[in-house]
Write a protein that binds this ligand. Structure first.
Ligand SMILES: Cc1cc2nc3c(=O)[nH]c(=O)nc-3n(C[C@H](O)[C@H](O)[C@H](O)COP(=O)(O)OP(=O)(O)OC[C@H]3O[C@@H](n4cnc5c(N)ncnc54)[C@H](O)[C@@H]3O)c2cc1C
Length: 406
């Protein structure tokens, strides 16, 4: 196996291209946009968060989901119109609940492995991506949330991650700009944040230096996998062309389900929509009033990251509403209001809203490994943790492809 096509130029496709190119494969990456990282890997929450490894397959998620059903500003929204895709996804979500503990532990392990690769690659390739290593503070407004998190900490520890419970006074010492009344927090000093878009575009250039052929403006419309190769048809510049590769790796984000169907596989990724705002800290007062430690607010499910001196990113919400990318004003407003409440000194005159679709598997575990045909591989379905996990899954995938080629 020598020539490998990768479908998708987000964080998963680019890390896969880099890991394979480093091992000497002839890599061709096919991306429909003009540049890397223009879809879900564009403006996410920025957290490299092993501490957020808890999978959602828990009865408390369902209880909260039902409570939030009727509130338009709720962190989780489900469009009640049924579709086969949505129903099958929720059925598999419930079926994965017995694996809650094991999958949380496994995700924590994966996140810790990913950190090492990602930091190493950034050093090796001199990628500046607003990395901030000041930890992540999870904040809780009530006792129930705080105590549930204490149970999660035990699972994280089994995966190798330690985090500590902190009092409201300690929270204020860790992040003095935070306002509000809290029951307590859990602080993970080893977690960090960074700009996924800057990192992905930097690593894409590094993959090119290693010889990978990154082709943009290439929309993959058909694929046929056989035992000794994969035929891939691409629409580019209004013309279609089919080319044969020894193997394919699908890293197509929310399109991976459709890509897998072409290849005879079922990868039940659902597009779970989220929003972010980037608050531009244009004046010195706003820069001083914005946090540098990353936060995860358990009640609102919002995450934050400080990207350099002059940007503050707030992200969250989960909407089950198909392939809808509309930026809804009533979903953005709660993010801006949250900034005003928790960081009243931060000016919100200049705010850039964004919406993205998380490629989420029902058990919240990425699909990494072989497909039905011996020439097909997947590295996709990273859901709400693609930035945190991709460097590790790319390494695992590259090892798998290497072993298959021997
Ligand atoms: C609001 C929000 C906040 C988030 N916050 C965090 C966070 O704090 N930490 C974290 O770890 N993760 C976070 N995530 C999740 C993370 O951003 C995603 O898991 C990750 O970006 C997914 O990367 P990907 O490469 O799988 O998908 P994408 O980045 O979407 O890349 C897939 C690519 O495939 C291409 N493609 C698809 N079909 C075709 C085709 N037919 N032909 C050619 N190209 C094709 C697309 O154009 C796209 O560029 C967040 C997500 C959202 C939405």
């Amino acid at each position: 196996m020598k020539t490998i096509a990768i479908i998708g130029g987000g964080i998963t496709g680019v890390t896969t291209a880099y890991a394979l190119a480093k091992r000497g494969f002839a890599v061709t990456l096919l991306e429909r946009h003009r540049y890397a990282a223009m879809e879900t890997s564009f403006a996410n929450g920025g957290q490299l968060s092993a501490s957020n490894a808890e999978v959602w397959n828990h009865s408390s998620t369902i209880a909260k989901g039902l409570k939030w059903m009727l509130r338009s500003d709720a962190p989780l929204l489900v469009n009640p119109t049924p579709s086969w895709h949505k129903l099958s996804w929720f059925a598999e979500f419930i079926a994965a609940m017995p694996h809650y503990r094991d999958n949380t532990v496994a995700t924590a392990r994966l996140a810790l492995a990913a950190r090492e690769h990602l930091f190493q690659w950034a050093r090796d390739e001199d990628i500046a991506f607003d990395l901030k290593r000041e930890g992540i503070l999870h904040i809780y407004r009530d006792r129930a949330g705080f105590e549930h998190a204490a149970g999660v900490s035990k699972l994280l520890l089994q995966g190798g991650l330690s985090r500590r419970a902190v009092t409201p006074e300690e929270m204020r010492a860790i992040e003095p700009t935070l306002r509000g009344d809290y029951y307590g927090g859990h602080y993970t000093v080893s977690d960090s944040t960074g700009d996924i878009h800057k990192f992905t575009t930097g690593l894409a250039r590094a993959a090119q230096r290693l010889g990978a052929d990154l082709r943009f403006g290439q929309h993959v419309t058909a694929m046929r996998a056989g035992v000794d190769g994969v035929d891939i048809t691409v629409e580019a510049d209004d013309s279609g062309a089919t080319r044969r590769y020894d193997a394919v790796v699908v890293c197509a984000g929310t399109a991976s389900r459709a890509m897998a169907a072409m290849l005879g596989d079922r990868v039940n990724v659902y597009p779970v929509k989220g929003y972010s705002i980037t608050v531009h800290l244009d004046d010195a007062a706003s820069r001083a009033a914005a946090p540098t430690v990353s936060l995860l607010d358990d009640a609102t499910k919002l995450v934050t990251s400080r990207l350099g001196d002059e940007r503050f990113r707030v992200a969250g919400t989960a909407e089950f509403n198909g392939f809808n990318r509309d930026i809804r004003a009533d979903r953005i407003a709660p993010l801006v209001n949250w900034v005003q409440q928790c960081f009243p000194g931060v000016g919100t005159r200049s705010v850039t809203p964004w919406a993205g679709l998380r490629p989420m598997m029902p058990d919240l575990m990425p699909r990494v490994g072989r497909g039905r045909a011996p020439t097909v591989f997947y590295n996709t379905g990273h859901g709400h943790l693609g930035w945190t996990l991709s460097a590790a899954t790319a390494e695992i995938l590259a090892e798998t492809v290497g072993a298959a080629g021997r």
